[in-house]
Design a protein around this ligand. Structure first.
Ligand SMILES: Cc1ncc(COP(=O)(O)O)c(C=O)c1O
Length: 207
């Protein structure tokens, strides 16, 4: 990303863990990246999936960088670990002036229902722990099965795993949907990655 910066670059997005890779950018790497780029470039760090990271220290995320870096914005969503995608709640953390600018351009407001649901979710640590454990165990099951089948996959710190079918992914996606009622991400259609599927961990019986 550093090599991609030009005089025209004003905004960058780092998604960690990445979608669809599931790759988590270590905080030390992110910190030195931010310190090495011109401070006029706004860096938005999208932590939609960070709560699924196996290592507790990684789940702290990039918010501590904000104090020294007015160009950093960290975003999180209630759509993933809290399973509240329909509520349309998320938040951004940044220095007060940056938040003021964001608020000046805000296009929508939260409903009372979403606001109360989100604050209840934040306090429900037991639910968060169960969601995370479910996903971590589900991914481990996928890894074990893929290994046993000799299928290539990318270990992931997110809620999904990329797997290489080495076949026509459209055909497999359609078959899984039509014959098994299972929906998986078609990495060819969504990201142009031939042969790969993005499989999200669900309940044990669904996995
Ligand atoms: C990387 C990433 N960031 C953010 C989001 C945002 O989700 P929402 O718009 O539901 O808050 C998603 C949803 O799929 C995502 O994959």
């Amino acid at each position: 990303m550093r090599n991609a910066i030009t005089d025209q670059t004003g905004f960058m997005v780092v998604t960690t863990p990445g979608n669809p890779s599931g790759h988590l950018t270590p905080m030390s790497e992110l910190k030195s990246f931010i310190e090495s780029i011109p401070p006029r470039i706004i860096v938005l760090i999208d932590e939609a999936y960070v709560d699924f990271a196996g290592n507790e220290a990684d789940r702290v995320g990039a918010a501590p960088l904000i104090k020294d870096h007015p160009n950093v914005i960290v975003t999180r969503t209630f759509s993933k670990i809290f399973g509240m995608a329909g509520m349309r709640v998320g938040y951004a953390i940044a220095q007060p002036d940056v938040i003021k600018t964001i608020n000046a351009h805000k296009a929508n407001t939260l409903t009372m229902l979403s606001t109360h649901a989100a604050s209840a979710a934040l306090e429900d640590h037991e639910h968060t722990r169960r969601s995370r454990d479910l996903v971590i165990n589900g991914k481990q099951y996928f890894y074990d099965q893929f290994k046993a089948m000799g299928v290539e996959y990318l270990p992931s710190e997110s809620s999904f795993v990329m797997v290489n079918t080495k076949a026509d992914s459209d055909e497999i996606v359609n078959k899984l949907r039509d014959e098994y009622n299972v929906l998986v991400g078609n990495a060819r259609a969504r990201w142009g990655i031939q042969g790969w599927l993005r499989v999200t961990a669900g309940l044990p019986e669904e996995n």
